[in-house]
Ligand binder design. Structure first.
Ligand code: FE2
Ligand code: FE2
Length: 296
């Protein structure tokens, strides 16, 4: 060993399975009229979800970064870095999708602002409580992601123009699904905090999200189309349908021995890494292009 021996390289997100992928989705000039199963009600639910990701993910990152200094394990520090970078890119690409929704005539700024305001209320709780709320919401995004990737339903229902953005986001949500909870374990999880997270998130983000969806439905005049409303509600919340499946998997978060990794999704992640970013992956070419500079 000499003085000139290189210092060991600090672990990055990509070294621990959470690679930030610089993607630049090419969205069409005009989105399909109703991208989710040709149904307005369900499409506006998806638009609302996209609208609330940027303020939501910003909150997630801030609540985790608040405890970054408490993380001494090098591997977990790298995971936090990977998680942060992935979420920042998700927000950027959803901002672009949201701009396309606005061009389509959807006032997605309303659900975005409603959720941003709801998160301001959550910010009045302790940093520990905010981290518990983020762990709950990351559980939600992980379950949502697994549902999206776990069958071909999403691909069949959602127009190809925007489906790949959701598939990429879903893959990365699974890749980093345990990071928030691991940081929470570093500071010591608390059952009461985890239990309180449920009503706190429902009363703030949940209410704001539903308000935002309702606003879009009224503004687009869908409330005058009962058959579309009925079908859209069925597609989202009907027995065995998308959001019903997701919501029924939420209570496991409050189990005393909950940990995201107890539900193994590694095979699904590997399958979708191959589909999206493998040798002939559908997004491999987009990944190879240099990152955009200077454009929003
Ligand atoms: Fe995300
Ligand atoms: Fe996430």
């Amino acid at each position: 060993m000499t003085d000139t021996a290189p210092r060991p390289r600090r672990l990055q997100g990509a070294d621990v399975g959470i690679p930030p992928r610089q993607l630049d989705f090419r969205l069409p000039d005009a989105l399909a009229p109703w991208a989710y199963a040709d149904n307005a009600t369900a499409t506006l639910f998806l638009a609302m979800l996209s609208a609330i990701f940027p303020p939501g993910e910003d909150f997630f990152v801030r609540s985790v970064v608040a405890f970054r200094d408490r993380v001494t394990d090098e591997e977990l520090r790298a995971k936090v870095a990977g998680f942060t970078a992935q979420e920042v890119i998700h927000s950027r690409e959803h901002d672009r999708l949201n701009a396309a929704f606005r061009d389509r005539g959807f006032p997605v700024g309303v659900p975005e602002k409603a959720v941003a305001t709801a998160l301001k209320i959550l910010e009045r709780t302790s940093p520990r409580q905010q981290l518990a709320c983020t762990a709950l919401m990351e559980h939600f995004t992980a379950v949502l992601a697994e549902d999206i990737l776990g069958s071909d339903e999403f691909g069949r229902r959602v127009h190809g123009d925007i489906a790949e953005l959701w598939l990429w986001h879903a893959l990365e949500e699974l890749e980093h699904k345990s990071v928030t909870y691991d940081v929470y374990e570093v500071i010591g999880t608390d059952q009461a905090e985890r239990d309180r997270a449920v009503p706190l998130v429902l009363a703030t983000v949940g209410v704001a999200a539903l308000f935002g969806w309702g606003y879009l439905l009224v503004q687009q005049g869908i409330w005058r189309r009962p058959s579309d409303l009925r079908e859209g509600w069925r597609l989202m919340f009907g027995p065995g349908q998308f959001m019903r499946r997701v919501l029924t998997r939420m209570p496991v978060f409050n189990h005393p021995r909950f940990h995201p990794d107890k539900h193994d999704t590694r095979a699904l992640e590997q399958q979708w890494r191959e589909i999206l970013f493998g040798e002939d992956g559908s997004l491999t070419e987009q990944l190879r292009r240099p990152a955009r500079r200077g454009s929003a």
